[in-house]
Design a protein around this ligand. Sequence first.
Ligand code: WQD
Length: 336
Amino acid sequence: MTKTVLLTGGAGYIGSHTFVALREAGYDAVLLDNFSNARDDVPDRLEIITEAPVTVYRGDVRDRALLARIFSENNIDAVVHFAALKAVGESVEKPLDYIDINVTGLTALLHAMREAGVFRLVFSSTATVYGTPEIWPIPEDLPRSYTNPYAFTKLTCEQILEQVAHADPNWAFATLRYFNPVGAHQSALIGEDPQDIPNNLVPYIAEVAMGKREALRVFGNDYETPDGTGLRDYIHVEDLARGHVLSLTQLLTSGESHVVNLGTGTGSSVMEMLAAYSRAVGRELPYVNVPRRAGDVPVLVADPAKAEALFGFRAEKGIDEMCASSWAFVSRRRNG
Ligand code: WQD
């Protein structure tokens, strides 16, 4: 019997790639998205990639009536919850918006799931719940903290799930802590497509490569790292999507909650990513050294062992494939 999954935020960057991976794994999926950070034509592109119609509900995850309608019109077995705001810098300016959408959105979804008798949820969390880690690679049992409102909302959501599962053993949750997702689907039809000035490194480099930005601003080159620039655990979005499918399958078969990092265990510096993107484009891309960005930590690299032990997940793609797939997507997107 085909299992059906509701993807909130399913037209977004990680959501759309997870939709494709779920379909390829034999799941069916239904999308809910308010398209605040996704282009309108993403569902059409998903239909081309998966060669099947896509059921899309346009709306807000806090809309209890819409959620009730989705559960009544579809036989949902589980939910993967992506719908949230995720820009660290923006969260500092708009903490209430982040709390309202990220936290209230989760509680609205949990109420709707309980009313529909659906008790399996995969939650999109983040490595920023580790605050400013003193060690790396980072294991899941490192004490959590936050250095910005975005991370506060994600940590709060993790604790809500813990409380709900503790109170009612009917529930089982998979909490996935992403490190730095980058890259695009091999079809170059979907990828990271920020609707305003990119906060993150790779989409900004992509805009430099397209001539939309003059040069990459390297935020600090005096960190205690091999080349002085920040180290991050970049993971290809296709690997990340596959990790969601393995986690969901584990959740459905075991009925037990889990919390895992989704990363590679390898750190790459800003300059290494710029060099990899330059190789993908075929020319040296310009950069300028500027002061550190407030809130940045020097190193964020995952210990990926738990996801491998629990459900056999291991990231396969390296930074050259990540950058080449990103460049293929943005080049194609530029032409409409
Ligand atoms: C990576 C590195 C910067 C831009 C954030 C969120 C995290 C997740 C991913 C949601 C750092 C440097 C960046 C630029 C630069 N989002 N950089 N110039 O900050 O590790 O993580 O995005 O889940 O939650 O915190 O990602 O891509 O912004 O930065 O030098 O123009 O690139 O200093 O070392 P980050 P990032």
